[in-house]
Every structure is written in structure tokens, then in C-alpha cells.
Design a protein around this ligand. Structure first.
Ligand SMILES: [Ca+2]
Length: 218
């Protein structure tokens, strides 16, 4: 008569128990919705792949996404609108090489209303049809950031209804990381607005740098 090895039996039982544990874990992973509002880990590729995202066949929808072009003054960025900025907020260039310029927020908010940096684009032959997905990337770096600051993508449809997604900018001190979100058009679009909305208690040392705000359609 063949005897069951007790060690082998206990191994089988442990394996079966582990398999039972895995069922809900695997189920949860499979049923988890696609990430639409979250931060890509720091280890995610940053500059080079983002630049690749801007190459054909993709159409980049925003102008001056990297803040390399100056606007009406040295601290204004061409094509971008701002509201309620602090005196020292603005376009900021670390050097003279391509890519060196960013948009930097300095210090805490002066009021409870958010400071904003935004750009609105009208739908055109390149984008705006129902079913298209708009992908939004933004690189952000923070120093002593507190409060619910976000990057938002708002679409206004031709029937004047709107739809919005957002991704929160991590608080505290963080090196550059890429935030990602997306929105699939459920109707024909009239326009889209990308907004960096800064609400921070913060301190005089608070900083938020934003760069390479890429909006792409696919
Ligand atoms: Ca730049």
C-alpha cells in the first residue's frame, strides 16, 4: 500500500491554500479599471519618451507645451493663460538649452481661490470626433507643496455640456514625475481646456514646476 508523505501532503495543502488566496487577488487585478487618474511612478520614462509622444503620427494639440517660447513678458509663456498668479510665478528657464524652460509657481496662494495656468484649443480637423481619446501628460516637480493641486482636462461638447478628468499633483517634495490622464469623447467636441490648478497653503519655500504638458489624440 502506498503511503502519503506528510511533508508532501502539507506542501500540497499550503499550495492549495495559496491558490485560493490568489483567486480574489487575480480577480481584483483583472476587474480593476484602466488607470485614468494617477501618477506614473518616478521610475517611469520621462523626457525622451514624452518627446517621442510628440512625434508623427501623433498630433500634439497644445501650443508651447514645454514653455520654451516667451509670451508678452519674460515670465509669460506664449499661448498660455494665467489667473491669480503670485508676483514671482511664471515661466522660468534654468539655462539656454532646448527644454530648459518650465512654468514655476512660487510660495503659497495669496487667497483661497486657485492660481491657474491654462490653454484652450478649439476642435479642428485633427481632433474632436466622438469616440476619440484625448491623452494628457504633464511633468511636475514639487517642493513643500501642500493642498489639492491638480492638472485638469475639460472638454466642452458642441451641445455645450462638459466633461472633465483630473489628476492630483502629489504633495510634498518630489522629483520630476509624469502625471497621466485621459478622456474619451462621448459626443462631438467644440473645445478642450488643460488647466494646472494650484491650491496650496504652503510656505514661502513652496515650489511647483510644470513642464511638457502634452495633449494628444488617438
Ligand atoms: Ca521645457
Amino acid at each position: 500500500m502506498r503511503h502519503t508523505n506528510p511533508v508532501r501532503l502539507s506542501f500540497v495543502l499550503v499550495a492549495m491554500f495559496a491558490a485560493l488566496l490568489m483567486v480574489p487577488l487575480v480577480g481584483a487585478a483583472m476587474s480593476a479599471p484602466a488607470a485614468q487618474d494617477g501618477a506614473v511612478p518616478d521610475s517611469a520614462p520621462a523626457l525622451a519618451p514624452v518627446m517621442a509622444l510628440t512625434q508623427p503620427p501623433y498630433t500634439i494639440l497644445l501650443s508651447n507645451p514645454g514653455f520654451e517660447f516667451v509670451g508678452g513678458s519674460t515670465t509669460q509663456a506664449s499661448s498660455w493663460d494665467t489667473a491669480r498668479l503670485n508676483p514671482k510665478d511664471g515661466r522660468y528657464c534654468m539655462g539656454i538649452n532646448p527644454g530648459d524652460c518650465t512654468f514655476r509657481f512660487r510660495g503659497a496662494n495669496a487667497t483661497s481661490a486657485p492660481r491657474t495656468l491654462s490653454q484652450t484649443i478649439a476642435a479642428n480637423a485633427n481632433w474632436g470626433s466622438e469616440g476619440e481619446t484625448l491623452l494628457l501628460w504633464a511633468r511636475v516637480k514639487t517642493q513643500q507643496l501642500s493642498g489639492p493641486s491638480r492638472v485638469l482636462l475639460t472638454v466642452t461638447y458642441t451641445d455645450d455640456t462638459t466633461e472633465r478628468v483630473n489628476v492630483r499633483i502629489p504633495a510634498g517634495d518630489n522629483p520630476y514625475q509624469t502625471l497621466v490622464t485621459e478622456l474619451t469623447l462621448t459626443k462631438p467636441a467644440a473645445s478642450a481646456t488643460v488647466t494646472v490648478r494650484v491650491k496650496t497653503g504652503g510656505t514661502a519655500q513652496t515650489r511647483l514646476w510644470v513642464d511638457e504638458i502634452i495633449l494628444r489624440v488617438e
